[in-house]
Design a protein around this ligand. Structure first.
Ligand SMILES: C[S@@+](CC[C@H](N)C(=O)[O-])C[C@H]1O[C@@H](n2cnc3c(N)ncnc32)[C@H](O)[C@@H]1O
Length: 210
């Protein structure tokens, strides 16, 4: 998906991917990461997810990357804070207490700009990317985070019935992308209520460790 696709989605409010509450898999499995409070968790392609407010309330620091300035304005409005803004070349950093969001293309974000990260939480990031972008994303994510441990939420469904995003990511695809960096363990699977555009679908959560 080109940046324009996502900018148009945000401009027109077509954000069906945005959940009205924190992701249940995140809430149920965060303890698997075994992180101390204050640990810094990276959310690639973060949108304005309520997972951020939940993680902050649980005592973690959050760092995100998101293309859309609209999404991030709405995120900070919902958090009720006014961020400090710093221009960093092609990116803009919006920061407040315990939260840094890099607004712009994640592929412009390097390790030193991102800073140290204790874990990654990917919900609706990898599944948002078409097949030809995924290996570049997976390698970039591992490089800028020093292969930090990761919780990753995926969808599994028959891609021949519907096109993405979100794309189906089965285990063989996950291994193609991440075997070089991580050991993979599926923590849980659950049916997507109502399916994916009417077709049966499963949501899965994976724990990736270096
Ligand atoms: C499917 S949404 C998921 C958002 C969020 N993770 C959630 O769970 O609601 C994918 C998000 O990735 C953002 N995005 C797409 N390509 C990006 C890129 N190259 N760099 C940064 N963000 C990107 C889009 O603007 C969109 O908000």
């Amino acid at each position: 998906m080109e940046p324009d696709f996502w900018h148009k989605r945000w401009e027109s409010g077509q954000i069906g991917f945005h959940q009205s509450k924190p992701n249940a898999f995140l809430v149920d499995h965060i303890q698997t990461l075994n992180l101390p409070k204050g640990a810094r968790i990276f959310l690639p392609l973060c949108g304005k997810t309520h997972d951020i407010a939940w993680l902050l309330a649980e005592g973690y620091q959050v760092v995100g990357a998101e293309l859309s300035a609209i999404a991030i304005d709405q995120l900070f409005d919902a958090l009720g804070v006014t961020p400090d803004t710093t221009k960093l070349g092609p990116l803009t950093r919006q920061s407040a207490d315990s939260i840094d969001i890099f607004v712009g293309d994640i592929f412009e974000l390097d390790q030193s700009t991102l800073g140290p990260v204790d874990a990654i939480y990917d919900r609706a990031a990898l599944v948002a990317l078409p097949a030809d972008m995924r290996i570049g994303y997976a390698n970039h994510l591992a490089a800028i985070t020093n292969a930090a441990t990761q919780l990753l939420v995926t969808f599994e469904y028959d891609q021949s019935f519907i096109s993405g995003p979100p794309f189906a990511i089965w285990e063989d695809e996950l291994r193609r992308l991440y075997d070089a960096h991580f050991a993979l363990e599926c923590l849980a699977r659950g049916e997507v209520s109502g399916g994916m555009k009417g077709h049966p679908a499963t949501e899965a959560i994976w724990h990736l460790t270096a």
